[in-house]
Ligand binder design. Structure first.
Ligand code: AMP
Length: 115
């Protein structure tokens, strides 16, 4: 990581603020959302600071696939085989933390289309 990653998730990755961790490996970290929108609401974030999916390049393909596999693993580990993964990209789409993250939501009926 070459930038300062002055986001709340950068601070979590550096251990400066705590999180309720559910999974970690050398590429990513998964922890419970501070303001859960469903009984299962976990965030999966890469250790590399990617601002959003919009900044992803071809070289990130393997990492992005890994994040999806971890999302499924975490949902399974938490006892959910029905779940939704969401990636908000850009402020208009609802992104508030500018470090790429996957939301993993489950445990209640989720409407479609999303609001
Ligand atoms: P987004 O709006 O897609 O950028 O999602 C950011 C998410 O990060 C929101 O669901 C917040 O509730 C969550 N969040 C913000 N700060 C923290 C934190 N310190 N620990 C866990 N989740 C957080």
């Amino acid at each position: 990581m070459t930038d300062s990653n002055d986001t709340v998730f950068g601070r979590i990755l550096r251990g400066e603020i705590p999180c309720d961790q559910v999974y970690a490996d050398e590429y990513c970290l998964a922890f419970r959302d501070l303001t859960p929108q469903a009984p299962l609401h976990v965030l999966v974030i890469p250790r590399e600071h990617l601002i959003s999916l919009g900044q992803a390049e071809q070289r990130h393909g393997e990492l992005l696939g890994h994040l999806l596999l971890v999302a499924a693993k975490v949902a399974r580990q938490e006892g959910f085989d029905s779940f939704r993964t969401v990636i908000n990209t850009g402020a208009e789409a609802g992104q508030t933390v500018f470090h790429l993250h996957l939301h993993v939501l489950g445990g209640r009926s989720l409407g479609w289309p999303p609001g």
